[in-house]
Design a protein around this ligand. Structure first.
Ligand SMILES: [Zn+2]
Length: 269
């Protein structure tokens, strides 16, 4: 998808399949059967967003890792691992950090609270300490380092430092909002109060989801979800025009982290 001079593509690594009610306990999928497969299961994509600007090659999130198709799919798009300048991570759940270590030149950017949380609570649904945290520590930096055209928006709840990313280009007013795991399925556009099974703080996740949907369903922002079934790029909604106040809010939404000295917090945890 072209955004001015910026090319944004979803690059699959694999899929995770399960019952909708397993992902969202208590959810009623009756109105959303078209989002399920023939056996009534939710097919969630896993992968990366590839952003190619005039100056940089950026990946957002790193899939499940070896055994997946991310590197092959990148190669098919003409991108070698050494071409990637930045990896930006929406959060550090294990289905978003799998290819850590595969991009030798890339600086890895993550919210400081997210980094600190998983350094203190490794494993489980979070990153493996030996395979992910230790190698990433050598090249991790704060989200303040993101290149132009990518704006982090703090959306905590799914994890403590979860971050969505607003992609823009000087040649167009259109934008792409990479939601991260703020939404896992298009059904959540109509059901923003569904709780995902592994949300760290479901209430906070719901508040941020409702807030972001109200603000960015503005007719010029395409909402993109890496776990959506099929096409990762949701339609640009034309609702809530009165909520279009995005530019003036940039400061309050920016990630407040200004320093990055994550490395020492890794060892001995
Ligand atoms: Zn995920």
């Amino acid at each position: 998808m072209m955004l001015g001079q910026t090319l944004v593509e979803f690059v699959p690594d694999g899929q995770v399949v399960g019952r909708g009610t397993d992902f969202f306990p208590g959810s009623d999928w009756t109105p959303y059967q078209d989002l399920l497969d023939d056996e009534g299961r939710m097919v969630a994509n896993v992968g990366s967003f590839l952003i190619r600007t005039a100056g940089h090659v950026v990946l957002v999130d790193l899939g499940l890792g070896p055994g997946g198709a991310l590197l092959d799919n990148l190669e098919a798009l003409g991108v070698a691992p050494s071409n990637v300048d930045f990896v930006v991570l929406t959060h550090l759940h294990r289905d978003h950090v799998g290819w850590t270590g595969a991009f030798p030149r890339a600086q890895h950017l993550v919210d400081r609270r997210e980094w600190d949380y998983w350094c203190a609570h490794p494993g489980g649904v979070g990153p493996d300490p030996d395979r992910v945290l230790t190698p990433m520590a050598r090249r991790v930096a704060s989200l303040e380092e993101v290149p132009r055209g990518i704006r982090p928006i703090a959306t905590p709840g799914h994890t403590p430092g979860h971050t969505s990313l607003l992609i823009s280009d000087p040649d167009t007013a259109d934008r792409i909002l990479i939601l991260g795991d703020l939404l896992h399925t298009r059904a959540q556009f109509a059901e923003p109060t569904w709780r995902f099974r592994s949300d760290a703080d479901p209430g906070q996740a719901i508040r941020r989801r409702v807030d972001l949907l109200a603000r960015y369903r503005d007719g010029r922002t395409i909402l993109a979800g890496g776990h959506f079934s099929g096409d990762a790029f949701g339609e640009s909604e034309n609702e809530n025009e009165s909520e279009s106040k995005n530019e003036s809010e940039s400061e309050s939404e920016k990630n407040p982290v200004s320093e990055t000295t994550c490395q020492p917090s890794i060892t001995g945890q």
